[in-house]
Design a protein. Structure first.
Length: 285
């Protein structure tokens, strides 16, 4: 990649976790003549004020060259969704617990800053899921999930592909996950890990009240429909862990696979399998 001329900055919710990294990155970028763009919330969080080379701007834009994240997977997912409309790659330095989507770990921040300033990294296009609800499209890099509310009875969810109902399950919820997100909520449900590049997405269940419920890998051209078959209780719809809407009894929503929807930076020569072993250890002993 070419060295960036402009970067947008996203950071961990806890100021103390990333403050030293922010100072180091901003200082190095300004010294190299690279413009740093920060949203107002980030500027306030880190006491950054506008000065030559440092611009406070609400959203990334098409004339930004690279987004940089100093945070965990939640912050990385937020940045990926924000940058998707602009085909803007995200370079992430992990300041979270696992950082499965990160480019380098926080212990390698000096090397990470060097790579950012010099353009020493590759970019990889990864898919997303899209759901249209309440009149608007919502993007999910990891997963779209459906959850019963804490004080309600168990949910009853039906799922359909190509218009055919494949199952109706009493459960706490359902998760539709991309290959990238398959190591998240889906994995916690006992669903399969999908290697990056697999042409499919997976549907798994949260605490199903049956012994016959099984995860299903769906091809990317198939539209998944999820219907709330509960008589009285709505279920909450989440994208990447954030509530976006409620699915009322009898309502149905579609989930569609979108190829190459977001761009993530990675170190040259890195692979999904190396990342999987580094973050989760060996799959078997």
């Amino acid at each position: 990649m070419k060295p960036p001329k402009t970067i947008a900055l996203f950071t961990h919710a806890t100021v103390e976790d990333a403050s030293e990294g922010v100072s180091a990155l901003v200082g190095a970028a300004l010294e190299a003549g690279i413009e740093v763009r920060v949203p107002p919330a980030e500027a306030e969080k880190h006491a950054l004020s506008e000065r030559p080379g440092l611009v406070v701007r609400e959203e990334p834009s098409s004339d930004t060259d690279l987004a940089v994240v100093l945070g965990g997977d939640g912050t990385i997912l937020t940045a990926l969704r924000a940058c998707a409309p602009y085909d803007l790659a995200v370079f992430a330095i992990n300041f979270g617990a696992i950082g499965f989507l990160s480019t380098v770990d926080h212990g390698e921040i000096d090397d990470g800053i060097r790579r950012i300033l010099s353009g020493d990294f590759d970019t990889l296009a990864i898919p997303a899921l899209e759901t249209h609800i309440d009149g608007g499209g919502r993007l999910a890099v990891n997963d779209v999930s459906f959850h019963r509310r804490p004080d309600d009875r168990v949910a009853e969810l039906a799922y359909l592909v190509e218009g055919e109902e494949l199952g109706r399950v009493r459960c706490d919820g359902l998760v539709a996950s991309t290959p990238v997100g398959s190591t998240g909520y889906n994995l916690a449900n006992g669903g399969p890990v999908l290697a990056w590049g697999v042409d499919g997405y997976v549907v798994s269940f949260i605490a199903p009240h049956t012994l016959t419920a099984r995860a299903l890998v769906v091809d990317t051209e198939t539209v998944l429909q999820v219907e709330n078959r509960s008589r009285r209780h709505p279920v909450d719809v989440h994208t990447d862990g954030r509530i976006i809407a409620a699915l009322e009894p009898g309502d149905r929503v579609e989930v569609r696979f979108r190829h190459d929807r977001v761009l993530i930076a990675q170190v040259s020569g890195s692979s999904f399998y190396g990342r999987l072993r580094e973050k989760f250890g060996r799959l078997a002993y």
